[in-house]
Design a protein around this ligand. Sequence first.
Ligand code: BDR
Ligand code: CA
Length: 313
Amino acid sequence: MKAILDLDTGIDDALALAYALAHPDLELIGVTCTYGNVTVPLAVRNTLALLELLDRPDIPVFAGPSPDGFQPSEISSFIHGQNGVGEVALTPSDKTEDAQSATDFLLQAVRDYGDDLVIIPTGPSTTIAQAMLADATFAANAHIVMMGGALTVPGNVSAWAEANISQDPDATDYLFRHSQDVIMVGLDVTLRTLLTEKETARWRATGTTAGEVFADMVDYYIRAYATTAPHLGGCGLHDPLAVAVAADPSLVEVIETNMKTDTQGPTRGRTIADETRLSQEPTAKVAVGVDNERFVREFVDRLEELFRTVGAK
Ligand code: BDR
Ligand code: CA
């Protein structure tokens, strides 16, 4: 399966990128960059540097749209660091983003690859909604597995809203109302898939630069989680779980329904079933259960192998 990631390249987005490269059933054909954990220009720089580190500088990176003057929230910078990658100094790439826009790349990819392509957004829905608005056939044909939202649990930036959705609830609402095939991988499942320093120690023990950089980034993220959510006992593997589900949907149990996002009032950003479309053919699957033991094991093993292989070159 070919895959495109839409990343706001913070720490778990970096893990999603590495996992898309490490997963035997995915072929990453491009990365579109969005805002959220960091600005779009910083997401582009982080992505290019990480692709260099992981020995895949051939993968094209595209810049997506951003609200004017966007700056990450204080809590985003606390969790991911000011530079988005836990204050780890990545070696900058000498490459720049592709001249094509993120939206045009997505439209072209769905035309070219149709059912052989999965799009994995792990930030706000802004770019995906823009592609849907630009061409209705995109919404009709795109297969999307998104990290975002919360159906059965509270949000993480407010009682209602998860961080990615809260950035642009209108865009996610548009996505839910127009997509014909979306799997929502939200906090319902991503807060059950946790990583601790025990696992990052294995990556560090590869002795490779990639293993050390990823261990340093994720240890920073684990320490942030120990402050903001000590009850979890680790950091949430939000974005890499969406990659895993894109490759292997059998990892999750789902509720099939039609979704909407509240765009007004105190519940703005809430992702919930659309009561006006309950009897219509469902277009969304919402993950509510996950085989976290299998996911974490495969994830840690495959990244260990990736870091070892990249370091041996
Ligand atoms: C989501 O918000 C971002 O901070 C993370 O990268 C993830 O995509 C979790 O709510
Ligand atoms: Ca993200």
